[in-house]
Write a protein that binds this ligand. Sequence first.
Ligand SMILES: Nc1ncnc2c1ncn2[C@@H]1O[C@H](COP(=O)(O)OP(=O)(O)OP(=O)(O)O)[C@@H](O)[C@H]1O
Ligand SMILES: [Mg+2]
Length: 244
Amino acid sequence: MQLDHVVFGYGDRAPVLDGVDLELEPGTVTALVEPSGSGKTTVTRLIARFWDANQGAVRIGGVDVKDLSDEYRAAQLSLVFQDAYLFNESLRENIALGDPDASESEVLHAAELAQVTPIAERIPGGWDGSVGEGGKLLSGGDRQRVSIARALLKKAPILLLDEAIAALDRPYALPSSRCEAKSRCPSLSIRPKPSPTPTASRSLSTAASPRSVLIRSCSPATRATPPSGPAASKPSSGSLAAVM
Ligand SMILES: Nc1ncnc2c1ncn2[C@@H]1O[C@H](COP(=O)(O)OP(=O)(O)OP(=O)(O)O)[C@@H](O)[C@H]1O
Ligand SMILES: [Mg+2]
């Protein structure tokens, strides 16, 4: 997955991303950590093609996302957003949406990985219990767990997590087994740059067991450096620093 000198602004506004380069290799997990409002969610929107870059290219497997069919692109991506939306269906059905062909044991396995099982043990009706419209019968953290289980169930090569664990009340680490399956990588985990509080630090360290963390080192930063190893760990002016 690659951002190649991407420039993007919403409407006539100044660019949010101004010449960003980013390359994520298969089999890697990367956390993008930047201040609020700096464009992390925007990166995921461009990858998912909710918006198109004004200049530069976003590529998946070397192909510009504009040249991919909607079906193919959708099959490549699993997305988990901060505000997880659930359907007015059962707990089981909300997870199974990730892969309608999945077996019962696969659904339950994904649920277990995402720590959904305790929810089923708690809510009326268990796995067949309704979560309500939008998931309103569950807490924000529970909704995120269900959303993560749905994303893990989907057989998509790329997993994008945009503050996907922000509402969880305890540390959650993306199952390491996920990246043992080549078809399940790379992953990009989005986190706001942490304040120096124990809670924020804990969230960052458990966000997605990242192999690399991209941290914007100064503002306004415009250019990202690919996570190319320990040599790239020194922040440089106006760049994203890669930390292994
Ligand atoms: N739909 C939109 N229309 C206009 N401006 C937008 C839109 N979405 C985001 N922006 C602006 O683009 C900038 C980047 O927003 P974005 O949501 O990508 O930041 P972020 O890094 O994800 O922030 P946070 O950490 O708060 O989630 C912000 O200034 C925001 O106000
Ligand atoms: Mg965001």
